[in-house]
Design a protein around this ligand. Structure first.
Ligand SMILES: C[S@@+](CC[C@H](N)C(=O)[O-])C[C@H]1O[C@@H](n2cnc3c(N)ncnc32)[C@H](O)[C@@H]1O
Length: 206
């Protein structure tokens, strides 16, 4: 079973039991409480929420709660409908919010160049290469010129997390560049993984 599918099953089990305290990934820290990495993570999220914002791996709404509150439109994507059930059960969901279930990483209902900001935390660390790069290609397609993508991914070093999938930052950077996504600034290292920002370069006029 893919690691990402295990994450899906975990979320579905928590939702079935109604155990909000352990919804993925609330158990790793509720951003409203005290949390060791709160500052860099919220610092990469909150100032970027504007216009249409898409989150990959919305889980129990740990970050989606802010996106729904501050974006004109939130698009919340997960591998299971349990994410929408969890979020609707605990947060106010604006009418403009769109929920997408995408086990394969494709986003066919999202038009090209229609999204201002993409956020994904604690999710790509569980993705195999197929899912990782399918989503990145979709992000490159849906982001408008100058739009940003904040991605949390595990990197190529000896970490004590065998269930993470590790990616070499140099290779990630090269592949992202080919997709038109340019690495911005320094990465923050949070829980041994990278929180990195990518900017969609100017699209060619047809
Ligand atoms: C550890 S949880 C993190 C949830 C949330 N991002 C957070 O930080 O609280 C990992 C999430 O990845 C989701 N996931 C698994 N497969 C996915 C897929 N194909 N597309 C999007 N999300 C997926 C799981 O359902 C789960 O919500």
């Amino acid at each position: 079973m893919r690691e990402s599918d295990k994450q899906v099953s975990g979320l579905e089990a928590y939702v079935e039991r109604g155990d909000f305290s352990r919804y993925y990934g609330i158990q790793y820290g509720d951003p409203r409480g005290a949390w060791p990495w709160k500052e860099p993570v919220l610092g990469a999220l909150l100032p970027n929420i504007a216009g249409t914002v898409l989150e990959i791996g919305s889980g129990g709404g740990r970050w989606g709660q802010y996106i729904m509150e501050h974006a004109d439109k939130a698009i919340l994507v997960d591998g299971t409908p349990a994410s929408e059930a969890a979020i609707r059960g605990h947060f106010t969901v604006p009418q403009s919010t769109e929920f997408i279930v995408s086990p394969d990483g494709l986003l066919p209902t999202v038009p090209d160049a229609s999204v201002d900001f993409v956020w994904s935390f604690d999710t790509f660390v569980h993705f195999d290469a197929d899912l990782f790069w399918t989503y990145c290609k979709e992000v490159a397609r849906v982001l408008r010129s100058g739009g940003q993508f904040v991605l949390y991914y595990a990197w190529d070093r000896d970490a004590a997390k065998p269930f993470f999938r590790y990616y070499d930052p140099k290779q990630v950077e090269a592949k992202m560049k080919r997709l038109g996504l340019k690495h911005q600034d320094e990465d923050a290292i949070v829980m041994d993984a990278r929180l990195s920002t990518w900017k969609r370069s100017q699209r060619r006029k047809r």
